[in-house]
Write a protein that binds this ligand. Sequence first.
Ligand code: SF4
Length: 68
Amino acid sequence: MKVNVIKDKCIGCGNCVSLTEGEIFDFNEEGLAEAIVDVVPEDLEDTAKDAIVQCPTEAIEEVKEEEK
Ligand code: SF4
């Protein structure tokens, strides 16, 4: 799976960064989260899905394969 942070929605709360221990999301220079991996490693997919569900502003989306 691939994930994307919708920049306009992210408030930089850091939940996704800490939840994924900086392995999928990290802060950029603007203090907002962004995906740091192109493809989420299989063993981290559940964690990535948790981050999607737990983002308070629904800023994280799963990028469907056909949207590549
Ligand atoms: S959980 Fe959502 S609002 Fe918080 S830093 Fe991550 S993408 Fe941004």
